[in-house]
Structure formats: C-alpha cells, structure tokens
Design a protein around this ligand. Structure first.
Ligand code: GLU
Length: 600
C-alpha cells in the first residue's frame, strides 16, 4: 500500500455480500453507494467505521474510507477536521498518541506525538522568579510558557508514511472544505467558548475567532475558519515542514513568545521560551506499545511518555486476581476502585518521560507485582487514600505504607477510533490539554496553542523520593491518555479511549471492566455512570453513579460529584467484517458514530 493517490481519483475497496474486502490492485473499481450519514452515537455495519466528537469529523473519515483510504488516512482526515469543529480540544497546536493495528502484519504499533519542552525549558521553569514559588495553575495555564512544541502534524505525517495510501494534502481536503464552508455551533462548543470567554478576551486573535462581534455566538451560528483553511492549504503545499520550521512555524513561535494581548487585558502571562529550532528538531517517537494479558485477551496501550498503558495494564493485572463476574455489583465496583487507587500510587511515583527517567515498566506490568498489590485490597473496607506506591524492584511482599498526595486536574481532550475494510484499526487520543489550551490563537492561522506543559508537576510531589514528572529541556510531560486496542485470539476485538485528564485512565479501565467482566454491551459500557479513583481521599464520580453507590459508601468510599467524566469512543469487532461503532449518547452533547455500509 505504498502508492499515493489523489483523493478524487481513488477507488474504494469493494465489499462482497459477506462483507469481505477485495482490495483492487489499481484504483479503478466503482465507488460504493453513498452510506447513510452518521447521525447518532451507535452504528453497526461493514467496510470501516469512525467514532469521533463531531458529525463533520466522522463524515470526513468516512469520506476518505469510501475513497479507498486506510484507517490511518481516515484518521488524519478526522483529526484535521476536529481541528475545525472541535477546536477547544484538538488541532495543529497540540499533540497526542496514535495506536494502530496493522492487519497485514497482525501487530499493534504506537506513535508518541506528545508535545515537548523547548530547549530553553528547565526544572524550575514553572517557578516564578519574582517570588521563588511555583506559578499558580491559573497563571501558567493561559500563557506561552505552558505551550509545548506541538507533535500533532508530525504524527499525521508519520502515520501516513507508515500506514497510509494518501498524501497529506488529500487527507486535509475534507477539513479545508469544512473550514471554508463553516459548521453550525453546537451547544457543547458554545459552552466551551462561554466557559473560556474571559481567557479568550485576553488575546485579540482569540476573540476575533471565537467571539465574533464581541460576544459568545448563539447555538446554530455558522462558524467559518478561513484562516485555518489557508493554514491547511499552506501545509498541503509545503508539507509538514511548513509547520516545523516554515512560515506556519514562525507564526507559532511568535505567538508563543509575544501573544497578541488585547488592549484591555487583565493578565500578565509568563513568557514562552519556544524558538524555531525547537520546531525544526521535533520528532515523533515510534514507540513499542504496552501489552498485558487479561482474561485471555491481549490488551495493548500507550507506553510512556503516557502513563495510560501502564496504569490501565497494572489495574487490570490487579483485577485479574479476582473473579469480578462472581461478585455482586458493589464488590465488583469496590475492587475496580481499589485497583486503580493502588495503580495510581505507582503511576505518580514511577512514570515520566522514559528518555529522562528510568521507568520500571516491565516490573509494573508483571503478574507477580500485581499480586503484591492485589493482596492489599480488603473486600470489607476501602483503603485510606492516598495509599503508598509499591516496590516494583522487590515485588514479593504485600506491604502497605505511607504516601504523598499528588494534585491533579480534570480537563479535556478528545478520542476517536477508525477501522477500515482491510481490518486496520486506529485508536487515537489527541489534545491541546485544557479545554481551549493556552487560549492563544495563532494570529491569522486559526488554531489554538496547547498548554500541555502544565501536565508537569511544577514542584516535587513525592516527598523524599524523586519526582519523575518535573520539567526539563526536551522532556515530554507525563500524560494519562490511554488509547487502547484489545485483541481476542490475535484479532482486533475492541478499540477504546477517552479524554478527561487524569480520569482518562479510569474511564478506559471502567469501560473495559464493564464490557469484559460485568456483562454489559459496548454501548452500555460506554453510557454507564462513571467513577474515578486516582489515589485521592474521595472518589470523583458522576451524580448517577453516586445515587446508586450506597453499598460503596458503607465500605468507606466517599464521593466528589462531577457532572461528566470522559467522552469515550469505541469499536467492537463482531466477526465477518462487521463492526459496532459506539460514541456517547449524552456526554459532551452526544458524539457521532458512523459506518461505511450500515447493517442491522
Ligand atoms: N493533558 C492530558 C493528558 O495528557 C490530556 C488532556 C485531557 O484530556 O485533559 O493526560
């Protein structure tokens, strides 16, 4: 599949009645019938599927699949279109983690496209020189200082190089069309704009784009983004180097160093340190995935710099010591909460960018280590949090201990999944970190810059032990993103992921436990009320979870309500080429699932 073709000239894979893909050797076969438009959170069918946050991005992915693109080609089209229609959580200004199942080799690979600290960054970069104290979070969040070198476009380029049939320019075309034509403002995006209004007002470029006429636009207003369409055109013409060193990159650096503050601005953002050389030297990492076996399944996830794969994997390994199916609901959920509490203690102590920190990945994912954590779970009582990390170097004993609390934040990004007629699968979480990122729109370029470097700890959090997640030049901040692919008998069975900051890990874990152990269908597993235990005194939980949690309260769990946790997207492969595509029925206003050839 090495050849690159122009989008319009491509044929599609032809499906037989049984749904088996016949791959044309040359691009000459007829285009299949136009599929039904993606309208809801669940779709079933053949020939490929997309689940993403917005209707336009799901349609963009399906349009590329229809023209014979692979899941990787379609994923780039989805991600680029999300940059238009989901601009507060996605786009050129951010980064992410791309997990790919290659049907030809039967292997899962991952790309680490995480944002990186500029070379002028250092361990004390989030310490205010005027006070000697760390900046408060709110100050750092809306500033050039928190902008990491974006990895998004480099990830798209690498994914196409490895697994695509299309040129970058062709995969950007659907996004350019949506940006030119415009899209109706959804209630979800309107809420995001309204919640960030005061941050957006600080920068002229940001208020011009998102507060047209000076106020938050009404739901249904058609939002166009010609600046972003032109930026994508520049990239289509000049390739990724237009960004990583070219004209787009120069504008990024300028915005980071000198954000266009409004005349009536009320903040004094700390100065960003990114220079053009940081962009020129940005590299996507071809990373080996994490892998564990859980109840006979192979679970693949994202290795560090994300903590997702290890922490989901360790939690599952702990849970494998128990038969959740034989437990009542309260006991099963109690074990789910306790397992993630223990795994989080280890995450906070041991996981950081592996090029800067020695991460005991194999030990943390070993069954022996999991057993030494599982024995700490008391079926009659929730452990007092924060619990202590274990000792992966000496996993023999079952020892509890004292711990240091680590602060964390709940913010949001997006996750989407794609499959194609060949059987390739993408699970891709991408982000600009906080809703609205740094709130700085690159002037005349139409996209927001990330504030991913706020995922570092600003000061040490681990008491006398070293903190693996302090900033350093060239280092990637620890992520929680957990794009996951699960194989059954060596073939894809599930692909799932979610946004939600540090709640991502528990959301992915909970969806897997719901589906694998608690007898739920994938739509039920995704829609079910969520709870997130991240080694904190209280469990963060959705109101519907708390109202049914009397039994858990009796075991000593306490709850902090949060309206919504995560926005999951998933695929389940049903056999014979049939796929169930599942988004959210209500969270973030509902998301969009579509398949190429709908069936019942
Ligand atoms: N910055 C977060 C992380 O990498 C993702 C953004 C979010 O969902 O909050 O873990």
């Amino acid at each position: 599949m090495g050849a690159r073709h122009r989008l319009g000239a491509l044929s599609a894979a032809v499906l037989t009645a049984a749904g088996v893909a016949l791959i044309p050797a040359t691009p000459s076969a007829a285009t299949p019938a136009t599929p039904a438009p993606p309208t809801g959170p669940v779709a079933t069918g053949r020939g490929g599927a997309v689940v993403s946050d917005t209707v336009q991005s799901t349609e963009a992915g399906l349009s590329v699949l229809r023209r014979g693109g692979t899941a990787a080609d379609a994923a780039v089209a989805v991600a680029a279109t999300l940059g238009v229609t989901d601009p507060f959580v996605a786009g050129l200004g951010g980064g992410g983690y791309f997990v790919y199942y290659d049907a030809r080799t039967g292997r899962v690979s991952t790309l680490d496209g995480r944002e990186t600290t500029p070379r002028a960054g250092d361990e004390k970069m989030f310490v205010n020189p005027a006070t000697g104290q760390p900046y408060d979070f709110a100050t750092a969040v809306t500033s050039g200082l928190s902008v990491g070198v974006p990895g998004m476009l480099a990830t798209w380029e690498r994914a196409l190089q490895k697994w695509g049939r299309f040129r970058l320019a062709d995969t950007l075309r659907p996004a350019i069309e949506v940006a030119d034509r415009g899209y109706p403002l959804t209630p979800a995006l309107r809420t995001q704009i309204a919640n960030n209004e005061s941050r957006l007002r600080q920068f002229t470029s940001s208020s011009e784009l998102f507060l047209p006429g000076g106020s938050v636009p009404a739901v249904g207003t058609v939002l166009r983004n010609p600046d972003l369409a032109n930026t994508y055109r520049d990239i289509a013409r000049g390739g990724a180097k237009a960004f990583y060193g070219g004209a787009v990159g120069r504008d990024v650096v300028d915005a980071v160093q000198n954000p266009p503050l409004a005349p009536d601005h009320t903040i004094t953002p700390p100065q960003g340190r990114m220079v053009l050389d940081d962009l020129k030297s940005y590299k996507v990492v071809d990373q080996a995935p994490t892998h564990i076996r859980y109840r006979g399944l192979d679970v693949y996830g994202m290795a560090p710099s994300s903590s997702g794969g290890i922490t989901v994997g360790e939690s599952l390994n702990i849970l494998e010591n128990f038969d959740l199916r034989k437990m009542d609901r309260t006991q099963a959920l109690h074990h789910y909460l306790e397992a993630s509490k223990l795994a989080y203690a280890d995450r906070n102590r041991f996981i950081g960018d592996p090029r800067f920190v020695k991460v005991p990945q194999d030990a943390l994912l070993s069954d022996r280590y999991a057993a030494s954590r599982a024995c700490l779970i008391d079926p009659a009582k929730a452990a007092t949090a924060p619990v202590a990390p274990g000792d992966p170097a000496k996993p023999g004993s079952c020892k509890a201990g004292t711990a240091t609390a680590t602060p964390d934040t709940e913010v949001h990004t997006n996750h989407f999944v794609v499959s194609d007629a060949w059987g390739n699968v993408v699970s891709y979480t991408n982000t600009i970190e906080q809703l609205g990122g740094s709130a700085i729109v690159v002037p005349d370029r139409g996209f927001l810059l990330n504030n991913e470097l706020t995922d570092f700890n600003f000061a040490p959090t681990q008491g006398s032990a070293p903190d693996p997640n302090l900033p350093a030049a060239g280092k990637r901040p620890r992520s929680s993103m957990s794009p996951t692919i699960v194989l059954k008998d060596g073939r894809p069975w599930l692909a799932v992921g979610s946004p939600g900051g540090s709640t991502i890990i528990t959301t992915v874990l909970q969806v897997l436990v719901n589906r694998i152990d608690l007898g739920m269908s994938l739509p039920e597993a995704i829609a079910a009320p969520r709870a997130s235990q991240r080694n904190t005194a209280a469990v963060t939980a959705e109101p519907a979870f708390i109202s049914g949690a009397g039994g858990l309260t009796a075991l000593g769990h306490t709850f902090n309500p949060q309206a919504e946790i995560g926005v999951a997207a998933g695929l389940e492969f049903l056999g014979n080429g049939k796929v169930l595509a599942v988004g959210e029925p209500t969270r973030r206003g509902g998301t969009s699932a579509g398949v190429l050839f709908p069936t019942r």
